[in-house]
Design a protein around this ligand. Sequence first.
Ligand code: GLN
Length: 258
Amino acid sequence: MSGTPPVRVVTLYDDVMNVYADRGNVIAVSQRAKEYGLALDVSPVSLGDRLPADADLVLIGGGQDREQRRIASELAGRGEQLRAWAEHDVAMLTVCGGFQLFGRWYRDHMGEEIPGIGLFDVTTVAPGAGWPRCIGDVVAKSHVTGLGEVVGFENHAGRTYLGPHAAPFATIEYGWGNNGGDGTEGAVYRQAIGTYLHGSLLPKNPTLLDHLLEAALRHRTGTDIGLERRPAPYAERAHASAAEVARHRAPRFDGIAR
Ligand code: GLN
């Protein structure tokens, strides 16, 4: 797609929030943009860095509690800008610990409340010792039009609960999801997606990858421009394989929200 201005991608704290290879998401975005002939301008932003003046796609990965504590107060200070970007339909993908900190707060297993930026109306609580972590492979059905099935891997202590103004990103078919009880997975607000799915997520979910690239392109150009979808055979095979593993190994959600 020659002639379109570079799509601006901001990666947040990817030197800190990078458990389970979540950095693979920006690698997948960069590779797929090349396949579409899209120019990218990737700006890594970490502790002490300034946010760029604008963005079309924001990515943040997951992290253990201690990494979340390291970035939380600075991230909260960027909350107003990040919420404003979301209101203007900047595409966002926030994964696990990053997702939790884009919610209102995360109360860790010691009962310490780590502030979030309140972009998603969700709260997260890690139960005390003795409770299992939510670990395993996941298959879920996304509520975002056109996305269909999403697959990934989850490992989190925190149980996330949707507030009255939050909508789930997906419904769990196999796995724990937000809290192992209500069948919800992640959250979505405008073009911002929160999810527990590591993997990394985007190399195994080409439809979601194209969805985010398309949303970023539309924000960049201010038009309803679309991508002429290209096949992604390798990613489709990875998706099918991950879904099969999940269906064999993960608990099936029985459809009864608890
Ligand atoms: N520390 C958070 C939790 O345990 C997030 C973990 C993660 O990002 N994988 O719930």
